[in-house]
Design a protein around this ligand. Structure first.
Ligand code: GTP
Length: 599
């Protein structure tokens, strides 16, 4: 393929600004998919993507477009997710493109993820084609949105901003011409040894790992003997092809093209994204720079409600296609065998839980998520050690702890000015430290340093509700910082329930433990006898409540027995029941949700 006729681009935007709908229109206009095959948000093919109306995984599609100059161009578009949790998908996609469409919803203007994603593209030096979407909507604010885009990126000050409606198709023909004329063709050398970037991978039960590649130099031919440069893994290109949007085999991919290689490798760990693929016979000398692995943000335990083996199989299958889902075995006294999983965020966790339920029919209990902590411990006769703890049950004993550090982020909030006061109070409540403030068009930009654990859970919902849906935010990891954190243990009926332990800031202990024991009183399944629920910090009980019995105790009711007989009966009864009960406390999902709802 003549690479002057190729355009590789990604569509980036804030969540819901219309990327998937624009991809639909581009595929329709270029007849990549027929009218009959066209369904809204066609690339969001996963059940969870349709259920939430969001993109979770990037998708690549090759379109052929006959431009007004009479030439047929190959337009390789990558639809990326907008949700913060899946930013890593955006990073991967951008490394395979030569330019981006920055899509902004004209009814909302520039939002926090617009800024964050623009920054990713800008840092990579990718040319940006600015596009305003949803101009058909009555509430579209075209001038204001244009102004915000120009403020965001001074390089766009003189540029034409394209106006489209991805829904009605308005402006799409002009946009296709702009893609051809304003976005650059790839550069590369067809005659050099093969050098291809593995920017994503998927797993096929029959064919093994299928690597998505962008060929930088040389030609990738079907049947070629290949090699991954990072780990030296050798492979045969069993099949080479393109996405339209389903896989279509071709004989070869040349410099500048984007497509896939069926590697025949059965272990997904052998193929890391960011690696360089080259030929065995004539390898390239230098590998591509690659990029960092995704960093897990939250951790949680996943336990089967009935079948452990089915859960294990399902999770392994999910992990094959989602390399950011990291699993280890976990054994809980209260819950039995299960898994500890690392996620990119709470939304990622929710997506995995839903996929287990809808795609595999497996009901699970997910424990309250936590971040990772760095704990300095001093054991008798030993040097000071720093341990990383991703599971509260593994938190060292308090009398060995010298210091605890938690991950902190730089959080950027964009909000209309009338919500600024409420949001500043919110950030304070979530232990935020004010860093900066400024204007961005009609919006105010607030920058805070915040503990990751504070924003990983319900901060986003609070932000949305206080700003009536208008504020948005993005985060950037900045490292670890010392904090006065303690582990809270929970006992039900005097038995420690490991799966309920959590780590929190000391200033929150009183309020949170009170709230927790009262929530647990409502959610722990009742028994025939009262069960005390208590929270302990550093060995001391800090909150306690009794879960009331299912119904009145038979021994206490009615009949005129002598007091001493009644008491003896009660004593025996409660001793027997406690013994029987300690080992089988039921913990349904509602119990863990109680932990999640803590302020
Ligand atoms: P994520 O992948 O989750 O970030 O979303 P997205 O950016 O792909 O947005 P999507 O295409 O799913 O569109 C979000 C919503 O906006 C859907 O309800 C679309 O129907 C609607 N929408 C998209 N384009 C337009 C448009 O041009 N006009 C109007 N009125 N609505 C649109």
């Amino acid at each position: 393929m003549n690479f002057k006729l190729i355009r590789n681009f990604a569509i980036i935007s804030h969540i819901d600004h219309g990327k998937s709908t624009l991809s639909d229109r581009l595929m329709e206009e270029t007849k990549t998919v027929s009218d009959r095959e066209m369904t809204p948000q066609l690339l969001d093919s996963m059940g969870v993507e349709q259920a939430h109306g969001v993109t979770v995984k990037s998708r690549t599609v090759q379109n052929t477009y006959r431009a007004k100059d009479g030439q047929d161009y190959q337009l390789n578009l990558i639809d990326t997710p907008g949700h913060v949790d899946f930013n890593y998908e955006v990073t991967k996609s951008l490394s395979a493109t030569d330019g981006v469409i920055l899509l902004v919803d004209a009814t909302q203007g520039v939002q926090a993820q617009t800024v964050a994603n623009w920054r990713l593209a800008h840092e990579l030096g990718l040319p940006i084609l600015p596009v305003l979407n949803k101009i058909d909507a009555a509430s579209a604010q075209i001038d204001e949105s244009e102004e915000q885009i120009r403020q965001l990126d001074p390089a766009l000050a003189e540029r034409k901003i394209y106006h489209i409606s991805a829904k009605t198709g308005l402006g799409i023909a002009d946009l296709l011409e702009a893609i051809v004329h304003e976005l650059p063709a790839p550069v590369g050398d067809e005659n050099s040894p093969l050098k291809a970037l593995v920017f994503d991978s998927e797993y096929d039960a029959f064919q093994g790992v299928i690597a998505q590649v962008r060929v930088i130099d040389g030609t990738l031919k079907k049947g070629a003997a290949l090699q991954l440069m990072a780990n030296g893994q050798k492979l045969l290109a069993k099949e080479v092809g393109i996405y339209r949007p389903n896989r279509v085999p071709v004989d070869e991919l040349t410099a500048g093209e984007v497509g896939y290689v069926v590697t025949g490798i059965k272990d997904p760990k052998q193929v890391t994204v960011g690696d360089t693929l080259t030929s065995q016979n004539q390898p390239t000398k230098t590998a591509l720079p690659g990029y960092q692995q995704s960093q897990p943000v939250v951790y949680a335990g996943i336990y089967p409600v009935d079948d452990y083996n089915a859960l294990q199989e399902a999770l392994q299958k999910l992990a094959l296609n989602d390399t950011s889902l990291v699993l280890t075995d976990e054994q809980s006294e209260a819950m039995g065998p299960g898994f500890r999983a690392a996620f990119l965020g709470i939304f990622h966790l929710q997506i995995i839980k839903e996929r287990l339920e809808t795609e595999f029919g497996i009901e699970v209990v997910v424990t309250a998520p936590n971040v990772s902590y760095r704990v300095q411990v001093a054991q008798k006769g030993q040097d000071i050690q720093t341990v990383t703890v991703t599971n509260p049950t593994k938190f060292p004993d308090f009398d060995q702890i010298l210091a605890v550090e938690e991950p902190v982020v730089k959080a950027t909030i964009m909000t209309p000015s009338d919500s600024v006061n409420q949001l500043m109070k919110l950030a304070d409540d979530y232990r935020g430290i004010f860093m900066d403030m400024g204007n961005q068009g009609d919006y105010v930009r607030l920058v805070y340093q915040m503990p990751l654990s504070e924003i990983a859970y319900d901060f986003f919902n609070q932000l949305k509700s206080l700003s009536h849906g208008y504020a948005s935010f993005s985060t950037e990891a900045i490292g670890y910082q010392e904090a006065d954190l303690v582990k809270v243990d929970v006992q039900v009926n005097y038995a420690q329930v490991d799966a309920l332990a959590f780590v929190t800031h000391r200033s929150r202990v009183a309020e949170q433990t009170q709230q927790l024991v009262h929530e647990l009183k409502m959610t722990i399944p009742r028994r025939l006898y009262p069960m005390p629920v208590q929270a302990l910090v550093e060995g001391r009980v800090v909150a306690r409540v009794d879960v009331p019995p299912l119904r009145k105790n038979a021994a206490v009711n009615g009949q005129a027995r002598s007091i001493s007989k009644k008491q003896a009966l009660l004593r025996r009864q409660s001793a027997n029941k406690r013994q029987a009960a300690q080992s089988d406390i039921e913990l349904p999902q509602a119990v863990f949700n109680a932990l999640l709802s803590l302020k």
